[in-house]
Write a protein that binds this ligand. Structure first.
Ligand code: CFM
Length: 546
């Protein structure tokens, strides 16, 4: 055992903690992992210092998911009126069915396929003789039963391995139907190193097959798209409530509670507000190039962040009417938030948190912990890229590897008739002078304190070790981590599914989150984790497995 563990808890410096995490590994693995563990300096380097978006070392129990999960589950899963058919063995569908808590509201049209699980249920004979006929049959059946506007097909690993041509099948079916847009995603689980590759594949196909399909201009004065918001636990509903109150029209959300038509007419909006940068920045960039819609980074997690994001949107349009309305809404919503904090803050202040979630939430939720007076002592992503950690200024210096090159990069050009700059050169200059930044994301590291630990693709072993060494008051990750962490006597909050809670976005969401964290970090139950004989030296006893 390394000497570091002999020191008392809380006395270890970050370098010792890093050394301790690595000490268990064989030298080659330790060298690789060392590059994915960064003692934060909060610098805005031009060249990335942390390695990310690389393969997990075989044998390590990663928290990551697969490419299919990122495409079918994350980006397309929350759409409500597109029939999403999984081409593959039933397991891939079953385990992607209703497992992410995206909420939907069917609205007046009543179309909602969220509750269904559509699968081609491939069998051995399809693997041997090919599954294209079975896929065509499944598409036909879905069309006959539901007559949806659109059907999407998702490839699972075996489909790629046997080489079914899903794109030709969907093309033929689209032509046959004439009134239903059918397209496919080559998002086999093995396509990339994580679900992040699936986001990119989904972005490409949504842009190629849906965005721009409906030129009808929708009513509304201040029209935006909200990109990278998936309505987990109703977050999107709370953001919609706030937008409506402010008079902001959301043409399309990518993709919480979204419809086919929202995507199809999203190019008519005047601003793209990007919430989760990792999962959807490709669509934002492509829409800017093709249609001239600028994008800004926003965050509706945290009351202050919500206010800041609303001001950012209002500042873009620059109309006094909207600016005043946004201020009025903030003034109306904030007292309840402050009131909640007056009660809770004394119980949460100076406590510590750790967060290891996906590719953006560790950053977003840090805002909520800041509001609770809690320090984020260690954080990281499962599948973030270097720009998500260190800011988009490192983009030109990220070295592409074979895995990244494997994912198609669409070549996009300005649309001949529909490209329309939303702001004049003069207006852009004025905005720039006022400090308004487009296409900018500073990443997680900038907001983390100096000396905190940022870890990419944290694994099961390191998670437990970190908790043991740093003893946070709360640990945030997903269901796979939940119970192993709680067995260590530390409360664990799921930030993917919210443990059935939420919403946590917007003003009302912030209040919900404060109450939830207060309940978790101040619960007495954690003090009962040790048996009496483990705490009192006068007693001797042991568990029967010892
Ligand atoms: Fe974006 Fe997400 Fe996330 Fe993500 Fe996800 Fe998710 Fe997530 Mo789970 S799109 S990167 S792939 S914010 S499902 S809604 S919680 S890992 S941090």
């Amino acid at each position: 055992m390394a000497t570091a563990t002999k020191k008392k808890q809380g006395q270890l410096d970050p370098a010792e903690i890093k050394a301790e995490l690595l000490s268990k590994y064989p030298p080659k693995v330790a060298r690789k992992r060392a590059k994915q563990i960064m003692i934060n300096e909060a610098l805005q380097n031009e060249t990335p210092t942390l390695t990310a978006n690389v393969r997990t070392i075989p044998g390590i129990i990663t928290m990551r998911g697969c490419t299919y999960a990122g495409c079918k589950g994350v980006i397309m899963g929350p759409t409500r009126d597109i029939v999403n058919i999984v081409h593959g063995p039933i397991g891939c569908s079953f385990y992607a069915w209703l497992t992410r808590r995206n909420q939907t509201d069917a609205g007046p049209d009543g179309e909602n396929y969220m509750n269904y699980c559509f699968s081609t249920d491939m069998q051995e004979q399809d693997i041997i003789f090919g599954g294209e006929k079975r896929l065509a049959q499944a598409i036909q059946e879905a069309y006959d039963l539901f007559h949806p506007q659109s059907i999407a097909v998702f490839a699972t690993c075996p489909v790629g391995l046997i080489g079914d041509d899903i794109h030709t099948v969907t093309k033929v079916m689209k032509e046959k139907f004439g009134d239903c847009n059918v397209y496919a995603f080559s998002c086999e689980g093995y396509k990339g190193v994580s679900q992040s590759a699936g986001h990119h594949i989904a972005n490409n196909q949504v842009f190629r097959h849906i965005v721009g399909e409906n030129d009808e201009v929708k009513p509304g004065k201040y029209k935006i798209n909200l990109l990278g918001e998936y309505n987990i636990g109703g977050d999107g509903f709370e953001i919609d409530r706030i937008f409506t109150k402010c008079g902001i029209t959301c043409i399309s959300t990518f993709s919480g509670n979204s419809t086919y038509d929202q995507f199809a007419s999203s190019h008519t909006a005047d601003l793209n507000a990007v919430m989760c940068h990792r999962s959807i920045n490709y669509v934002a960039d492509m829409m800017e190039t093709k249609y001239g819609i600028p994008w800004v980074k926003v965050n509706f997690i945290g009351a202050k962040a919500t206010a800041k994001s609303l001001r950012k949107i209002a500042g873009y349009f620059g109309d006094r009417e909207l600016i005043d309305k946004v201020e009025e809404v903030i003034a109306e919503e904030m007292p309840a938030v402050e009131e909640a904090l007056v009660d809770i803050l004394p119980r949460t202040a100076d406590k510590t948190a750790m967060m290891f979630v996906g590719g953006s939430r560790a950053h977003h939720y840090k805002e909520l912990f800041d509001e609770l007076g809690m320090k984020t002592i260690s954080a990281g992503y499962e599948f973030g890229h270097q720009d998500d950690y260190e800011g988009r200024q490192v983009l030109p210096n990220i070295k592409l590897d074979a895995d990244s090159r494997n994912i198609e990069e669409l070549v996009v050009e300005a649309d001949e008739t529909r490209f329309k700059p939303r702001k004049s050169e003069k207006e852009l200059k004025a905005l720039d002078k006022a400090g308004y930044k487009f296409k900018k994301y500073d990443g997680l590291a900038m907001d983390m304190d100096k000396g905190t630990l940022i870890v990419d693709d944290l694994n099961q072993y390191e998670a437990e070790k970190l908790v043991e060494l740093m003893k946070p008051d709360i640990f945030c990750a997903g269901i796979k981590e939940k119970y192993s962490i709680q067995k260590l006597g530390v409360p664990m909050k799921q930030l993917h599914s919210y443990d059935s809670g939420g919403p946590y976005a917007g003003f009302k969401g912030a209040i919900n989150f404060y109450a939830e964290i207060d309940r978790l970090v101040n619960s007495k139950v954690w003090s009962y984790m040790k048996a009496p004989w483990q705490k009192d030296t006068q007693l001797t006893a042991s568990y029967n497995w010892e």
